[in-house]
Write a protein that binds this ligand. Structure first.
Ligand SMILES: [Mg+2]
Length: 232
C-alpha cells in the first residue's frame, strides 16, 4: 500500500467550533419572526431557503445572511420592517467576528504531523471569513497550503491532492462532514477520516461508505496520530 504523504483537514467544526454560531443565529432569527409563525415553521422555511440558495450563493455566512433576509421578506409577505432587516444583517455580521479557539489537542497534533507530512486545509465558505479564521486560530503556520473551495467533490479532492501532494492514494482527508469531507475523498482514492462534531448541519450528513477499507471514525483530531503511524 502506498505510504501517506499528505493530510487534508477540514476547518469548521473540525479544528474549531462553527456550527454553534449558526444554531444561535437561527434561534435569534426565529425570535425576530415570532409574530409571523410558529418557531418550527419559521425554522424550516429558513432551512429550505438556505438549501436552495447554496446553488446560487455557495456556502458560508454571507449566503446564510441572504437566506435569512429572503425568508423574512417571504414569510411576512414583504411587510418586514427595515429595522428588523437591519437586525438580521447584524446577526450575520456578528458571525464573521466570533472567536476562533482550536479544539483541545489540535495544535499539538498539527505540530507533530508537520515534521513528517504535508498538511493542507480544505474548506468551503466565504474566502474572506475562512482566511480570517485561519489567521485568528494561530494554526496557519502549520499548513503548507490552504484551499478554499466552492464545494468539496471527488474531482476537487483529486485536483488538490495531486497539485499539493502525491495524488489521492497517498492522501488523507479529515473532517466532521461525512458528505463533504469523507465520502468524496474516499471516492477520489484517499483515506477518509470522520471526526464527528457536537452539532452538524443537515447538508453535511451522509451514510458511511460501503467500501470501508480507507474509512475511519475517530473521537477527535488527536486520535489521527496513531492512525497515521499505523498506515505508515
Ligand atoms: Mg466542517
Amino acid at each position: 500500500m502506498p505510504y501517506l504523504t499528505t493530510i487534508g483537514f477540514d476547518a469548521d467544526d473540525t479544528l474549531w467550533h462553527h456550527e454553534r454560531y449558526f444554531v444561535a443565529a437561527k434561534a435569534r432569527f426565529v425570535e425576530l419572526l415570532a409574530g409571523y409563525g410558529e418557531p418550527e415553521m419559521v425554522g424550516s422555511r429558513l432551512h429550505d431557503t438556505e438549501i436552495a440558495n447554496v446553488r446560487d450563493y455557495g456556502f458560508g455566512v454571507k449566503s446564510f445572511t441572504l437566506s435569512m433576509v429572503e425568508t423574512a421578506v417571504s414569510l411576512t409577505k414583504g411587510t418586514i420592517s427595515a429595522a428588523v432587516i437591519g437586525e438580521i444583517i447584524e446577526l450575520g455580521r456578528a458571525m464573521l467576528t466570533h472567536p476562533v479557539d482550536p479544539f483541545p489537542g489540535v495544535r499539538e497534533t498539527l505540530e507533530t504531523l508537520k515534521s513528517t507530512h504535508r498538511l493542507l486545509v480544505v474548506t468551503r465558505g466565504d474566502l474572506f471569513d475562512q482566511e480570517r479564521k485561519l489567521t485568528a486560530s494561530g494554526l496557519l503556520p502549520f499548513f503548507d497550503e490552504i484551499e478554499i473551495v466552492s464545494d468539496k467533490t471527488r474531482p476537487i479532492y483529486e485536483r488538490i491532492f495531486t497539485r499539493h501532494g502525491d495524488g489521492p492514494q497517498r492522501a488523507m482527508m479529515i473532517g466532521n462532514s461525512m458528505r463533504a469531507d469523507v465520502v468524496p475523498a474516499i471516492a477520489a482514492g484517499a483515506w477518509g477520516v470522520h471526526v464527528p462534531s457536537e452539532l452538524v448541519w443537515s447538508l453535511d450528513l451522509a451514510d458511511d461508505p460501503a467500501d470501508s477499507q480507507r474509512f475511519r471514525r475517530l473521537p477527535d483530531v488527536a486520535a489521527v496520530l496513531p492512525l497515521v503511524e499505523e498506515i505508515g
